[in-house]
Design a protein around this ligand. Sequence first.
Ligand SMILES: [Zn+2]
Length: 131
Amino acid sequence: MFAHEKISKPGVDAVETNRCRYCYKEIRDRDELVTASNWFRVRPFHYRCFELLERDAKTIAGTWNPVNGRTGLVSVILMLVLFIVMWTTDLLGGIGDLLGLLALYPVVLRVFSFFVFEVRLPKYIENKPRQ
Ligand SMILES: [Zn+2]
């Protein structure tokens, strides 16, 4: 009996990754999820909370860049192309290789965001109650 209860409880880790870092409420599906990076941190936010955060960020130091969504995807593709070009050609030599590595950074963030935050959430929940 008790063993079953233990299994059905969500892990602490799962709860943490589904919680918006702005309002501290649960993020219920990928439709309302925005993952954003600030230096080497990636944090989950609600779509609407992220807009508020961006407004705040103009007065408070540190900006958050969206990792998922269309903007994130475009930069990931561009950076991946840059990485491949820098590593498969001798363009700019050693500096080119270094630039290639730096270009890989948003790609790594995107993959990290996907496996840590997005995989755990359902794609879309219809008729979500308003929070
Ligand atoms: Zn929120």
